[in-house]
Design a protein around this ligand. Sequence first.
Ligand SMILES: Nc1ncnc2c1ncn2[C@@H]1O[C@H](COP(=O)(O)OP(=O)(O)O)[C@@H](O)[C@H]1O
Ligand SMILES: [Mg+2]
Length: 417
Amino acid sequence: MSAPQNRESGPPVVAVVGGGQLARMMAPGAAELGVRLRVLVEDPASSAAQVVTDAPVGAASDEAAIRSLVAPDGGRAAAVLTFEHEHVPNALLADLVEHGTPVRPGPGALVQAQDKIVMRQRLTELGVPCPRWAALPASSPEEGREALAAFLADVGGSAVVKTSRGGYDGKGVRVVTSADDVADWFAAVADGGPQLLVEEKVPFTRELAALVARRPSGEVRAWPVVESVQRDGVCSEVIAPAPRLSAELDERAREIATAVAEGLDVTGVLAVEMFEVPGPDGAPVVLVNELAMRPHNSGHWTIDGAVTSQFEQHLRAVLDLPLGSTEPTAPWTVMANVLGSQLDELTDALPDVLAAYPEARVNLYGKGVRPGRKLGHVNVSGADLDEVRDRAVAAAALLRGEAPVVVDTIIEEKANV
Ligand SMILES: Nc1ncnc2c1ncn2[C@@H]1O[C@H](COP(=O)(O)OP(=O)(O)O)[C@@H](O)[C@H]1O
Ligand SMILES: [Mg+2]
């Protein structure tokens, strides 16, 4: 394939693989900067296709679809190819790079967000603090089980087994006390399924996330480190900045994320999920959980709570434009996810939620309701963390179709204590 040619002049086109909410939320930033988005969507009704006019339909695994996304027949070649998820064929990306299409993040970086074994190996080489871990041999189920039993004995009886590829939102993560607990996964490995790794079960006090953006010419900017609250393996709330985080640990977590971005040559937004654990002297330290090389749920607060949102920053970074300020615009911003809903249509709740919480920034993704599905989020910013958090959570509850929580009463009760 020859290098894509610019067939007409005009603003740069950013090609994005994936039609979910992350691609959708790139649209406002693209509109403001005057750059074009072309998004490869799974379905014409997908979240991103509802707001991006140039949205060809195709699977992320379809080589022809990605080639035509980058250089459509009769259309303008993309300035850069980027992603809203990591499930993309890497060999094809390498070929596109070889033939002159900028792919950001590049395939060499992306593999560490696609494969948790590759990621752990690379982070360990870089000297990044991680939980103790081991890859479980895939040669035979017996060897895999033996290695897991030995690891369990070593770490005191319980550990976390993960599939190296394909997991998200806690699917592909299981706490185990015996090899029998993942018998089905060992069977899947034998059938050519993803390899497995095991990690010590980290006694974390909370989960943090450090978000940075890096452009090809080297500039890196980091947002304040946030706390992410998980329920059943899924992020339910994010508090920005992380409460009670010392300036030293904030700095340390940002340094780790920056070192990872530089060490792995990541371009675009990088989210580094971390565990906060008590260190040897009792003071908290961080261990890296996993990486995402794209805008991330832990960064949705930046849309309304920081000078530059992660989505616009991602576009700037992949286009190698100067990065925007990552300063917060309020003392606190809390993001509450809307995970599933009892309503058929979330917009049915708008009259109530917008009336009750005029300061809330509601962001709905246009997705069909399914139990537990990420359907939208609410950001609330302000000076009083308890109030901000109560209101964000209560607004999200209304969108889930739950009975209204009378937040004012809660605040009054608090005031009366
Ligand atoms: N080593 C570990 N120790 C304790 N909890 C873990 C460990 N690894 C993962 N978890 C828990 O499981 C959640 C999901 O794991 P993660 O590797 O981030 O998978 P996913 O790709 O599904 O996000 C984490 O956010 C954390 O709550
Ligand atoms: Mg995770």
